[in-house]
Structures are given as structure tokens and as C-alpha cells.
Ligand binder design. Structure first.
Ligand code: OOB
Length: 540
């Protein structure tokens, strides 16, 4: 087991095993078993490519050998930054079989994020696409490799440039390799974060496969399921809720989309007879508006999942009437806990709640500021623990002491209420994060980047309401002098290599910060100031 990964206490692990949550399977075995059962059935569709279960399994074995020959070993960390391509899944399963750990980066991450997670995880390899959405990842890899001594290999899907081509790595399997144990860490995922530096989430084969099984069950997936992956599959939601892995678990078919626009997605739904897909609220909004005017043929679509950020009830209500399918709200987190509205729930529940936990073993507490449980229906801090919720971040002892209670509950940072049927309504957030239509921005991380600008004396980053994304990012800056401009701040942050979704949408220059009674910067007041300013601007 990789060191630096807090795990479940023995008594909990035994219960989760004895009660049949953790079945002692690994991802490598799972794919092998599915290949035996589903053989020539199509597992993955990507453009004109169709890959059967048997082919996927065989290609993964060949890739395992190639990675092994390169020197990649069990427990090595490998940064995987790939768009929605079949190679994403091949690389994942190959690393899983090898016992090496993918560290999932999002396609939008840039030098700042990739350098940090490569250094922090002491990654030995970095797997990228050549060019995607106009961005050349090989350029990024050159910069990252120059700064991270542990990084020995860059492997490229497409034209490799100075690096190794992934397509050259599929070789005849010869070595007998020992597969990892089900309780081993399978991969590391990035947390949405609230702190200065991103945190890594360790997930085991046992716990993640359990979450797939439960998700697939709740979403009624089977061999007839056709799941369309629209969001980047490196994210926990399209990866496993039930996502691409849940679909393969159920023997269904995964269709990989490269973008989320109605022009691309609507014809694909009809062509591939997609039955379920998952989006964030802003994408749902675009689809609803487009479907209203274009009347696409979406008759195959049974379920539209919406999650990652709060969906307004008004938009939720339009899903069935406009798209003709069932809405499923998904409220989850990469740390574990995922809640779903059930497909047969009454419309009122589907529209007005964020669903109930997927497992009867999920423990949910709603507490006040002193960690006392509050009554049903009262809003409080959401705490959770269970068979697929981590007990701590990777190598983050100090932060773990704050993010988890002494008895192992994860402090989600969400404010929610619980109803008598055990369903949650998300009412807000007490974590210092901006949820930009599902993309998470940690205020402190962005503040640290802005503070590095020589013209900045101090900064406080807050969320401002936005009709389309739900929230956008506003940075209040106290400059050293009045010459600093928003444009300069943006250029500075881009040059530092920050992912574009973390660049503030607005900057407000200010002389002093409002303070709380104990002398801290009052972000609550700053939020009120920006709300007022935006409303006076829209009225003028
Ligand atoms: C998903 O995972 P993360 O790790 O990017 O973000 C988790 C946070 C939650 O703590 C909550 O603040 C917010 O995103 N969130 C929602 C929500 N779904 C997530 N807030 C309101 N309503 C919702 N439906 O975002 C994620 C992971 C797995 C499945 C679905 C989403």
C-alpha cells in the first residue's frame, strides 16, 4: 500500500468486507471478466472507432507490457492528462493492472497545476495528447519536465514530437506480473480544493468498484446502456457516477464525445442511440435552449444526469418537457459520497432535492458550528463517512486533521438539510471555494497566485452570482498603486500557467478590506458589495 494514504480502521474495513460492499475485486480482473462475458460486444465508441470488450482487454494487456518494459512499476505515479479518447481508458486499465497509479489531471490544467501535482506525487511519467482544443500539450510537457526531476517519461497520444508515442507501446505480453491487491490505492484524483495547494485523493480498487456497482444499480444500467461521456472523464462524475467505468461495469457501451455543444452532441445521441448522459447545470441550460428551438431526435435518451453544481428548480422542471427524458440530480464529490435522485422518484423530489446517498452504509450528519447534530430540515454542515469516502488526503496530515473529524467523518464544506426520506437539499457552502458551473476554484490557491504579482498588496477572492454559471470569480485587490489593471492581472496569471477557469472573471480594486469582529477579512461583506455593485450596474 502506498504510504501517506490514511485508510479505514480495521473494524470498518471488516464490516464493509463482511457485508459485501467490498468484494475483493481489482479493476484489472474486472475488465478481464467483462471481456469473457461480453467478448465482441462494443465497449467504446469514439468517432469511427469501435472497440469491443475483448479488444479492449487485449490492448490493455499489450500496453501493460509496454509500460513495464519502459520501467514503470507498481506504485509508481503517472500523471494522466487526456481528453475523452479510448486511450484514456486503455491507459487507466493498463496502469491499474500494473499496480501503478494514474494521477488524473483535467485537460484544462496547465503548467502551474501539472508541475505541482507531478512534484508532489513524485510522478515518473506524464501521459498527454499531442494537441487538443488548439493546445499543444507537448509544449507544456517540455516545461514541466524541465522542472520536475522525478519525471522520466512523457508519453503522447498522437504525434510524439521529442517524446514517446503511446501507439509504439502496445507490445506482445510476455511478463507474468503480480496484480495489485483490492485494498491497494488504484489512483489519485484531484480535489476541488479549498487550500493554497491542490490536494490528492487516494481511492482503492475495493472502494471505487463498490461506488461503480452501486451507481450502476441505482441508474439501472445494463448491457443495453449507451452512456455518452460529454464532460472530461478524468473527473469523478463522468468517470464513475456511474460514468464510463460504471457503464463498462454493467457491460454497456461508452460513447466518447469531444465537446458538449448541441451541434455535436444531439446528432451523436441519435446516431449512437444514447440512453444516458451526464452534464453540469450550464450545459443542461444550453441543451434545453437549443432543443427548444431545434427539435432534435433525442428519443433514445432516457436519463439526463445533472450535477457538479446546484441546478435551479426552474431549469430542472424543463428537462422532461423539453428533452423528453428523466432528470437525475447528482450531488457528489471526488472524496467519495455521491447522492442521486432515483429514476422513479416523484417529479417534485427530482426537481427540488439533490438526491439521497447511494449506499445504505453512507453515514450522513448535518451539524451546527459546534458539531452538534441539528433537527431534520434544518440547514447545517454536511459530514459523511462510508465505504467509498476517503479517510484522508494523500500526504496531508495537517490538513486532514481539519477536514476530518476525529471519528473519520469528512467535512464536505457543503451546507445542506436532510429530509425525512434521507434526501439532501444543498443550501450553500461554507468552504472557501468558487463553484464555476461545476469547475471548482480554491480561493486561497488563486489568492496566492495573485499575491505573487509585484503590484498587489493584498487580495481576497469571492464568488459572485452568475445567471449562466451559477457563480463566477471576483478578486478584490488592494494594489500598491493605482496603475495596476485587470488586464495585467489576467496576463500575469496566464503566464504563471494557471488553468483558464481559475482566472478571475472580475477584479475590483479597493483601498481596505471590510473586517469581521475578530479582525479577519469579511468575505461575506465582500460578496455583498459585489452583489450590490452588479445589481446597480444591471439597473443602470
Ligand atoms: C463533483 O465533485 P467535485 O469533487 O468536483 O466537487 C464536489 C463539490 C461538492 O462538495 C459540492 O460543493 C459541489 O461540488 N456539488 C454540488 C452538486 N454536485 C457537486 N453542489 C450542488 N448541487 C450538486 N448537485 O462535483 C461530483 C462528483 C461526483 C458526482 C457528481 C459531482
Amino acid at each position: 500500500m502506498l504510504s501517506g494514504c490514511p485508510t479505514w480502521p480495521m473494524a470498518f474495513a471488516e464490516q464493509y468486507q463482511n457485508d459485501g460492499c467490498w468484494l475483493g475485486e481489482t479493476f484489472g480482473e474486472l475488465l478481464r471478466q467483462r471481456a469473457t462475458t461480453y467478448g465482441e460486444e462494443i465497449a467504446i465508441v469514439s468517432g469511427e472507432r469501435r472497440i469491443s470488450y475483448a479488444e479492449l482487454d487485449a490492448r490493455v494487456d499489450r500496453l501493460v507490457q509496454g509500460l513495464y518494459d519502459l520501467g514503470i512499476q507498481a506504485q509508481d505515479r503517472v500523471i494522466v492528462q487526456l481528453p475523452n479518447l479510448p486511450e484514456f481508458l486503455e491507459v487507466c486499465f493498463a496502469l491499474f493492472r500494473l499496480g501503478a497509479l494514474p494521477v488524473f489531471a483535467l485537460p484544462l490544467h496547465r503548467k502551474s497545476e501539472i508541475t505541482y501535482i507531478s512534484e508532489f506525487s513524485e510522478a515518473v511519467a506524464y501521459i498527454i495528447a499531442d494537441v487538443d482544443s488548439g493546445f499543444d500539450y507537448r509544449e507544456l510537457a517540455l516545461q514541466v519536465k524541465a522542472n520536475v526531476p522525478t519525471l522520466q517519461h512523457v508519453i503522447v497520444v498522437g504525434k510524439p514530437g521529442p517524446f514517446i508515442s503511446l501507439s509504439d507501446m502496445y507490445t506482445e505480453p510476455v511478463s507474468q506480473l503480480r496484480e495489485p491487491s483490492p485494498s491497494d490505492i488504484a489512483f489519485l484524483q484531484l480535489s476541488g480544493g479549498t487550500t493554497g495547494l491542490p490536494k490528492l485523493i487516494p481511492r482503492t480498487h475495493d472502494d471505487y468498484i463498490y461506488s461503480l456497482r452501486m451507481s450502476a444499480e441505482i441508474c439501472l444500467l445494463d448491457e443495453n446502456t449507451v452512456y455518452l461521456a460529454v464532460l472530461p472523464i478524468a473527473h469523478n462524475y463522468p468517470l464513475s457516477s456511474p460514468g464510463v467505468l460504471g457503464t463498462l461495469y454493467a457491460g454497456g457501451r461508452v460513447v466518447l464525445a469531444r465537446g458538449a455543444s448541441p451541434d455535436e452532441v444531439f446528432p451523436l445521441i441519435s446516431k449512437e442511440q444514447v440512453t444516458i448522459t451526464a452534464v453540469v447545470p450550464p450545459v443542461a441550460l444550453i441543451w434545453l435552449d437549443a432543443a427548444g428551438s431545434r427539435c432534435p431526435n433525442l428519443t433514445s435518451l432516457q436519463v439526463l444526469q445533472v450535477g457538479g453544481a446546484k441546478l435551479s428548480a426552474e431549469v430542472a422542471r424543463r428537462v422532461r418537457s423539453t428533452l423528453g427524458c428523466t432528470l437525475q440530480q447528482v450531488f457528489g464529490m471526488a472524496e467519495g459520497l455521491v447522492n442521486y435522485t432515483r429514476l422513479d422518484d416523484p417529479e417534485d423530489i427530482i426537481v427540488n432535492t439533490q438526491g439521497g446517498p447511494m449506499s445504505p452504509y453512507d453515514e450522513i450528519r448535518i451539524v451546527d458550528d459546534e458539531d452538534n447534530d441539528v433537527e431534520l430540515g434544518i440547514v447545517g454542515h454536511l459530514l459523511t463517512r462510508g465505504p467509498y469516502t476517503i479517510r484522508g488526503y494523500y500526504k496531508a496530515e495537517e490538513h486532514n486533521a481539519k477536514s476530518f473529524t476525529t471519528d473519520g467523518f469528512y467535512r464536505t464544506g457543503d451546507l445542506a438539510s436532510l429530509n425525512s426520506s434521507g434526501y439532501l437539499v444543498v443550501e450553500g457552502r461554507d468552504k472557501d471555494q468558487i463553484n464555476r458551473g461545476g469547475d471548482k476554484v480554491a480561493a486561497e490557491e488563486l489568492e496566492n497566485h495573485i499575491l505573487a504579482h509585484p503590484g498587489v498588496h493584498d487580495v481576497a477572492v469571492v464568488a459572485m452570482p452568475d445567471e449562466f454559471l451559477g457563480e463566477r470569480t471576483c478578486a478584490f485587490i488592494i494594489p500598491h498603486d493605482s496603475s495596476l489593471t485587470f488586464a495585467e492581472v489576467k496576463v500575469f496569471l496566464r503566464e504563471r500557467g494557471l488553468a483558464s477557469y481559475k482566472i478571475p472573471d472580475r477584479v475590483e480594486f479597493i483601498d481596505t478590506f471590510p473586517k469581521t469582529k475578530v479582525g479577519k477579512v469579511s468575505k461575506k461583506t465582500l460578496r455583498e458589495i459585489i452583489i450590490q455593485k452588479l445589481s446597480s450596474l444591471s439597473n443602470s
